[in-house]
Write a protein that binds this ligand. Sequence first.
Ligand code: SF4
Ligand code: SF4
Ligand code: SF4
Ligand code: FES
Length: 948
Amino acid sequence: MSLVTEIDYGTPASRSDKMVTLTIDGIETHVPEGTSIMRAAMEVGTKIPKLCATDMLESFGSCRLCLVEIKGRAGTPASCTTPVAPGMIVYTQTDRLKALRKGVMELYISDHPLDCLTCAANGNCELQTEAGNVGLRDVRYGYEGANHLTEKKDESNPYFSYDPAKCIVCNRCVRACEEVQGTFALTIDGRGFGSRVSAGQAEPFLESECVSCGACVQACPTATLIEKSVIEIGQAEHSAVTTCAYCGVGCSFKAEMRGEELVRMVPYKDGKANHGHSCVKGRFAWGYANHRDRILKPMIRAKVSDPWREVSWDEAFAYAASEFKRIQEKYGKTSVGAITSSRCTNEETYLIQKLVRAGFGNNNVDTCARVCHSPTGYGLGTAFGTSAGTQDFDSVDEADVIMVVGANPTDGHPVFASRMKKRLREGAKLIVLDPRRIDLVRMPHIEADYHLPLQPGTNVAVLTALAHVIVTEGLVNEAFVRERCDPAEFQDWAEFVADERHSPEAVEKVSGVPAELIRKAARLYATGGNSAIYYGLGVTEHSQGSTTVLAIANLAMATGNLGRNGVGVNPLRGQNNVQGACDMGSFPHELAGYRHISDAGARAIYEKLWGVTLDKEPGLRIPNMLDAAVEGTFKGIYIEGEDILQSDPDTHHVASGLAAMECVIVQDLFLNETANYAHIFLPGSTFLEKDGTFTNAERRIQLVRKVMSPKNGYADWEITVKLAEAMGVPMNYRHPSEIMDEIAATTPSFAGVSFAKLDKVGSVQWPCNEKAPEGTPIMHIGGFKKGKGKFVLTEYVPTDERSGPRYPLLLTTGRILSHYNVGAQTRRTANVVWHEEDRLEIHPHDAEQRGVNEGDWVKVASRAGETTLRALVTDRVAPGVVYTTFHHPSTQVNVVTTDFSDWATNCPEFKVTAVQISRSNGPTDWQERYREQAEQSRRIFEAAEAAE
Ligand code: SF4
Ligand code: SF4
Ligand code: SF4
Ligand code: FES
């Protein structure tokens, strides 16, 4: 294997359709108008020396190394900032240019440490390469004069260091932070010789606004900004392109390796979801793969009170098979089931549903998408006929109005957020519907045009009020509705939303959003050009989650914002493979490709292939499995990659369900909270240790490539294969590509997908079949999958979870950038420096009423339970609303969330819990135990780091 390298063309590609012909060093070439001379030269294979230019950034023209001569023009312009012109004749290699470049380089090197041999970037440093390219052999000025060689390193960031002695002030880092990331954390302080890169107000990186995305590190042409892992391990020898295993953006990375050791993850420029950008998690937070907490041997125990006993894989599989067989013989076929995870690959998920359907003989399979985006599947499937988002991420570049509903992209989907911010800086308008003032509402160079700070639980009321304005003020796109939607259903809907009870003035009373704000936002969405809606779990995790998705779909259809670039309805999927988990048939009522289990034709395909008869009745959903366990009819479960005790609502109920089962199999990297109730633990593998595919929020299927051997011995798909075989279900797959072949052969929307194609083209978005062999970036062009778009009436039904005298505040939950879900992975990385614990955000007014000060311990009590955490007093939340994250088991926020759920899909109502807050003396006993464990792990971790 070799290192995957990408050509750096120096400046971004021009999007112009108009071509220009010019001659470079005697070679005639044709490039789009607006292309720089540097890029045009690179495209014909002529490299012009450069330092401040890179094709991820707009050209800047500061280093003066890329000078060229142009026939008929005086001087030596910089090729990175000079666009091509028709008939231009360019010379890149004259004696005059060589002398100029050598002189420029000589000045740089006279103020640069001469430590190439011991520098971590040796062999991968653009300054070193270009010094060689321009033929610099000595420096005439000596090194004694004024210089920056003794400036102090900044090692504050856990993942990269900044060594100003090596800085050539090319400004690439500053521009990367602005243009790519959109954080504006860096600046060049001072002037002339005194110019230095500065984070924030000349602060250490860790204390500045820096969000540790790594864009500056990637842009830096020297070892000034460099990954600490490269300093520790050395330069990589080989690499493979793979896909991030954290969020639904699905960033592509080059996993750069030395032998079987991961050196660094470098965002892949050709990745179609991220175009070379990343966030702190995918870029840096992969150390959990080597964490000492990983369990590498299978373990079993007869009772959960027994100690674990390490066993061979064969014994573990045989024990699991005998237990499930025993349970089914004693309690019946439907007494067992499985839960797949959105962390797993498509192939793994497919195998688990196959094991359940073909092996267990029932449909008791569900996925953690149940607790996040199941309403998306239901809502978009009902309205448009396809249970998925309508656009690719690139589409946002053509949006004129962006409406963000119940999502916090800068924390939850950071790489897409950077893209969105770029479009907003270019002038797109922004509407935010969120109870909390998320970062997008106001940040450097961005301010929402309208922020609708609605009360948690009132999404449907506000979205229907937006529709009221659109209908009653004559803003409906009549032509679109006439051509694309069911007219009778539209008419019913228009009459419904026009009713006075849906007016902004009426809705102001329940939502707290001023009527005028609703009116203005509606007018902007309907008339602002291309309007695109992006939404998240703040939409779905409600008792009316499915209704809210339908309300969003109604808005898009009524205004004709579907079926082209720049518009659409876009669920920002949470985990890396939420879309894939849903696609692969892991819901109890659906086979792969969203075919209902009652569909005899779809069942027949699998019955023939697998040689079994499938049950035509939908199986149990996760909450139903737990209910049935408490009732005594559900006794065995196989859970892969999900920690339901921490991630699902009403922890006490989850615990009761698990405790009532006779065989709980957990397959995971770590002994998670659910494993406390497990009888069999099967150690899982990381995404670095297996092949497969993930499908991101754009329906984009991308390869996950194995770059190291599984430390536990088997990739997860192999574990399921062996478990299935022990249970008597033949699974003769030699590689995940064969599983994908079966998926393609049996699922119409995946018919054109294969590992070979993905290897060749990088990625495809489903549907990918005969009609669309290269995939489908934008859905519903010209018509909906289901024929006519369906308007559904969206009556607002207040949740039964209401604040009152006993629980007067509404708790809502969310994520933070540095952590991921239950934090099992990110808590085992240096990301803990940014977020050591979950905090409760409370408005100053509510805090004062309760005598709560910043940092105080507070008790959060609901009718389901109580927990204790520290207060963060802030006006980001409105009075009456409190907010927290759920990343730390020492907080277990889901102890307080309730068992209310979406009427259509049972997606839990995580986002609305009535609570009371009171001062507390500190954590409860059970929390203290977790804190001690966490503190102990941190100390061991730090000691080991120091020893290394
Ligand atoms: S830190 Fe690197 S990218 Fe930034 S100015 Fe210095 S050399 Fe250029
Ligand atoms: S790591 Fe990202 S946010 Fe931090 S300074 Fe660099 S580019 Fe900016
Ligand atoms: S944005 Fe999501 S997919 Fe991309 S690097 Fe971050 S966590 Fe990974
Ligand atoms: S690369 Fe053109 S001026 Fe620096």
